[in-house]
Design a protein around this ligand. Structure first.
Ligand SMILES: *Cc1c(COP(=O)(O)O)cnc(C)c1O
Length: 369
């Protein structure tokens, strides 16, 4: 039996620069300096440049990025934060980790992104922030989100964990709100070889407080000015990310070209292709279609040697861990419909035309019962 095609293959993605990455890792190993050194500083600067300016603070993961962003905003017990139910669970576990409570709003049936029209009716007196998720590599509608936030005095914290380099109009996502949160989980568009994350801010003073919060609340050695945590992007991960960053634009272009080909080949099938939306430039973290009988289609593709994934099968409000929030099935019909029908196909800039054909042929056979 041949190994089934995975949804994402880290080794294949990095093959062209594997040697440079090995050199970067060995440079750190030989330096003997592993936490908060020159590699992290250099990566933070170059990632800030990539995002178009401002400041970047590296942390231990995307989850921590959101948690520390909430802490620096002063959000905690007694506060509520508006977000969506169809996201990775860490978007929400970061909110509950600081003692705040999430309020969900339903998503746009075409894009799976937060529906701005639903935000205002969800705002309560204790609401402090809106946390839009740039899901699948596309951009949430930031104009309307910022307008509502401004009107109600709310902070905007962007979950850009899946959307490095995606644009909303003329500026990259993660740089529209007060704080932008990124993940460098290995399969993300910019992936480390372990956990990693970063927070973007326009303000030097906020960046300084973020640097304290990620490092035990320390201002100088053994002088603690705030209660922080331990969440640092380590030197090896930073060196790997700095090696990969100069290639990110090229990989993103490749994703766009492949996504176009994928769309053309799937255009006649009984399924829904990713919507094209105004104002955004998609970075195709995942190539996601909607199909009826999704689980049957998945099994049929697996039999043809093609793995697929589901992002995400259970909306957060129906997860056991979040039952205490008191939401019921049917509360967010659009998000729930996405969870039933969404299907993530194998997708990576390392895919060849032939790999792409294997996927589209298998899907064509699988959707015709
Ligand atoms: C990956 C991801 C996160 C969490 O990132 P980690 O680095 O795994 O902690 C948060 N939100 C979304 C939407 C993600 O995809």
């Amino acid at each position: 039996m041949m190994r089934p095609m995975p949804v994402f293959d880290v080794c294949a993605h990095d093959r062209e620069i594997a040697e440079q990455i090995e050199h970067a890792i060995m440079r750190v190993v030989r330096s003997g300096w592993f936490i908060l050194g020159r590699e992290v500083e250099r990566f933070e600067e170059t990632f800030a440049d990539y995002l178009g300016g401002g400041f970047v603070v590296g942390v231990g993961s995307g989850t921590d990025a959101i948690q520390v962003a909430l802490i620096v905003t002063g959000i905690g017990p007694g506060d509520t934060v508006i977000t969506v139910p169809n996201t990775a669970v860490p978007t929400v576990s970061a909110i509950t980790a600081v003692g705040a409570q999430p309020i969900f709003v339903d998503v746009d049936p075409a894009t799976a992104l937060i529906q701005p029209e639903r935000i205002e009716e969800a705002i309560k007196p204790d609401t402090r922030a809106i946390l839009p998720v740039h899901l699948y590599g596309r951009a949430a509608p930031m104009d309307q989100i910022l307008e509502i936030a401004g009107k109600h005095g709310l902070a905007v914290i962007e979950d850009a964990a899946q959307a490095h380099g995606a644009y909303w109009r003329d500026r990259k996502v993660g740089t529209w709100g007060d704080l932008g949160c990124f993940s460098f989980y290995p399969s993300k568009n910019l992936g480390a070889y372990g956990d990693g994350g970063a927070i973007w801010t326009a303000e030097a003073e906020v960046a300084q407080r973020l640097r304290q919060l990620r490092n035990y609340g320390q201002a100088d050695r053994y002088r603690h000015v705030t209660i922080g945590i331990n969440s640092r992007l380590d030197e090896i991960q930073a060196a790997i990310l700095a090696t990969k960053l100069p290639h990110l634009e090229m990989w993103t272009q490749k994703r766009r070209t492949l996504a176009e080909t994928m769309r053309q080949r799937l255009s006649d099938l009984p399924l829904t292709l990713p919507a094209r939306a105004d104002g955004e430039t998609h970075v195709h973290h995942l190539f996601v279609v909607r199909v009826n009988n999704r689980d049957r289609v998945r099994r049929a593709m697996e039999e043809r040697g093609i793995r697929t994934q589901v992002h995400y099968p259970i909306p957060i409000h129906l997860q056991e861990a979040y039952r205490y929030l008191g939401y019921r099935a049917g509360a967010f019909p659009q998000a729930e419909a996405w969870c039933l029908e969404t299907l993530s196909l194998p997708f990576s800039p390392a895919m060849s035309e032939n790999d792409l054909s294997l996927v589209t042929d298998a899907l064509a056979e699988a959707v015709v019962p």
